[in-house]
Design a protein around this ligand. Structure first.
Ligand SMILES: N[C@@H](CCC(=O)N[C@@H](CS)C(=O)NCC(=O)O)C(=O)O
Length: 266
């Protein structure tokens, strides 16, 4: 039996849901409300001491870290394999996934908060706002959250994040010029891994970053959105209120974001 502790719009949760759905596996979900701070519940932290989602439980065994979860699932349920068999393509697939953990995730989290998700926090009382970052046990995570809530897109974290995300898009465009999918000629964990990040950028009104000059990536995004796992693993879990905040804030902040991108030469 598979149980996934997950968040609705959490990109790491989407990445695992995409893999589970693509593999046509049955799973049950335990919803963790990140906005409310469910991830810091001591009972949940016994499963995931990092206080993040997702966490997978398979027949009582606990697996954390979305990239490890997806590899585990592909090992444990080999039907519908999501890793290329050729060793070089498999290494390329892993390099894509590694980059998510090495900086892309940090970057998407920065732009999401700076552009959109700080807005509901700013509507709260000063005490509640303070609690949002003060309750985060990891000092670096707490300081980052505080800066993004207080400074929004004026935070220097945002320019760094846009630079990293622009590089991700450029690398994807190069890979997709040669192949239909990121790690070769079949859909893999690389595509499942990157989809939520490109999709989040789309939610935040950043699609011009590929639609203007990256035709292969534009085409890939149309194709991943057309797959049935996209609607089941992403759209079906999207809460309309959060998507509205992201869409509206993204549109409103685009002129300023575009100025920052021009400064980067993007
Ligand atoms: N490397 C971890 C990152 C997990 C992570 O940061 N999850 C986010 C949601 S996508 C989270 O739970 N954030 C809660 C918080 O920052 O308080 C993984 O891939 O599982």
């Amino acid at each position: 039996m598979l149980t996934l502790y997950h968040g609705d719009t959490s990109v790491c949760s989407q990445k695992v849901r995409l893999a589970l759905t693509e593999k046509q596996l049955e799973w049950s979900g335990e919803f963790i409300d990140l906005g409310k701070g469910d991830q810091f519940d001591p009972e949940y932290m016994k499963l995931n001491p990092n206080a993040v989602v997702p966490t997978l439980i398979h027949d009582g065994k606990v697996i954390i870290e979305s990239s490890m979860i997806n590899e585990y699932v592909d090992d444990a349920f080999p039907d519908v394999p999501l890793r290329p068999t050729d060793p070089y393509s498999r290494a390329r697939m892993r390099l894509w996934v590694k980059q998510l953990d090495d900086g892309i995730h940090y970057a998407i989290n920065s732009v999401t908060f700076a552009i959109a998700m700080r807005l509901p926090v700013l509507e709260q009382s000063p005490e509640e706002q303070k609690a949002r970052w003060q309750n985060i046990p990891d000092p670096a995570r707490s300081a980052k959250m505080r800066e993004l809530i207080e400074q929004g897109i004026d935070s220097s974290l945002v320019v760094d994040a846009l630079r990293r995300l622009d590089k991700m898009l450029a690398d994807m465009e190069t890979a997709l010029k040669a192949d239909d999918w990121l790690a070769g000629d079949t859909y893999s964990l690389a595509d499942a891994g990157l989809t939520p990040y490109v999709n989040r950028m789309n939610m935040l009104g950043l699609s011009t970053m590929w639609e203007r000059q990256r035709p292969n990536l534009t085409d890939w995004y149309v194709r991943v959105r057309g797959r049935s796992n996209f609607s089941e693993a992403i759209l079906a879990h999207d809460p309309p209120n959060k998507i509205k905040i992201m869409n509206e804030a993204g549109a409103a902040q685009w002129p300023e974001v575009e100025r920052k991108l021009q400064y980067l030469g993007g």
